[in-house]
Design a protein around this ligand. Structure first.
Ligand SMILES: [Zn+2]
Length: 62
């Protein structure tokens, strides 16, 4: 994914910066514990489509 795009992307819910998980192809909002998927290099910034993360998963992300 384009790093410049990552710089301008924020969580649509809380407007926090997101953490890019390259292997999983997801953008993580730690505050909301949500993972926004990236489909064909295009981040799907929809709260309804986001995956909820467990506390355990969140702990592994930095
Ligand atoms: Zn958020």
């Amino acid at each position: 994914m384009d790093p410049k795009l990552l710089d301008i992307l924020v969580c649509p819910l809380c407007k926090s910066p997101l953490v890019y998980q390259k292997a999983a192809q997801e953008l993580i909002c730690k505050a909301d514990r949500l993972a926004y998927k990236i489909a064909d290099d295009i981040p799907v910034m929809l709260v309804d489509e986001a995956r909820k993360l467990s506390a355990e998963e969140i702990e592994k992300i930095r």
